[in-house]
Design a protein around this ligand. Sequence first.
Ligand code: GDP
Length: 440
Amino acid sequence: MFENLSEKLERSFKLLKGEGKITEINVAETLKEVRKALLDADVNYKIAKNFTDEVKKLALGANVLNAVKPGQMMIKIVHDELAKLMGGTMTDIDLKGTPSVILVAGLQGSGKTTFSGKLANHLKSKKGRQPLLVACDVYRPAAVEQLKVLGASIGVPVFFEEGSTDPIAIAKAAVAHAKSKGYNVVIVDTAGRLAVDEAMMKEVTKIKDAIKPQEILFVVDSMTGQDAVNTAKEFNDRLDFSGVVLTKLDGDTRGGAALSIRSIVDKPIKFVSAGEKMESLDVFHPERMADRILGMGDIVSLVERAQEQFDTEEARKLHKKIAKNQFNFNDFLSQISQIKKMGNLKDLAGMIPGMNKMLKNVDIDDDAFKSIEAIIYSMTPAERENPELLNGSRRKRIASGSGTTIPEVNKLLKQFEETRKMMKMMTGGGKNIARMMGNM
Ligand code: GDP
């Protein structure tokens, strides 16, 4: 996700390396590169310009501390501005009302139906809700069928009316049905078209007026870049939606939609999805996304996902170990085996600080961790517990035992050490952020 953008931003910060302080002259070169990186990521021109203007103002006005180098200061400023650009703080979904009614709209193929299923799954498993899915796409029988299959897979009932051609009546009947049967969330999947057209807009607007949803979520395919932003604008003008859902962030999306949409429609991004599995849905946190864009990983989301799926007692123990800097190769191994069970590997791995770069250009499948695992399995139990033992001769033995090379072993050890440091700082909370910036 966003690898190109991350890489280009990183390169632009390097231009400040060796500079004693930020000046009009040296900052100009860096900002030119930052702007180029944003434009290449398909960010709207005006937004990119405003962004760099703001960063420049902050950088030149920044109270430069002796301990912080200009490059680090710049990373911090860009990080905070990126988070701001994407909305600043997380905006939760509104589940008031009994039932709460959520209308899902967007173009055909954007991922509406898949998202409706994921949202139902999310609300059921994480918020203890009893959702009802509603199939309002009367034009494509396949769409109704798809929702039924998804509903069955997550154990959520789907409301539909065989042979009906009136989506407004279906939506109304579904809300009444939910009230009488005690479902407390109604998720209405509507029909999309390939492009914005009048009939579709009229229909969604009518459904909106008929069922008065708390939330209207606009679903958009992030791979479509600037088009996504334009479509969002058109939908918002007509529908005044309450939140955005960005899908397909697992593809080679450049990031433009995620970075531009908020400024254009002034509505929060509420969810992002990065995969076809029902579990691939994340609540959107601008700060965490900024972390990821700048290659700091998103360990918080990773831990959260792990906690949802695995033993929380284990997670607590792990957290303690990390805080005490006792995270060792056995923990690393068990993390790998858990990650394998969690879905889209590349996406998940990208949440680990430093991993994104390591895995760039690597096609990840279940074999992706093979050589890492082979190296760890070639260590003795004592070495796994205590990586400090790994001197030159032990590394050589491990390389030959695992069928890898000494540089590969060294690379893993170095990466492990960095991860360990980074994790320790992440768990230390805000007070450690400054130190983390220093280490970078
Ligand atoms: P709709 O026409 O808007 O209802 O779109 P669908 O839900 O049918 O999705 C269109 C296609 O995109 C399907 O093949 C989905 O499996 C796929 N899809 C949806 N969300 C994601 C995602 O986050 N990542 C990926 N890779 N594919 C997705």
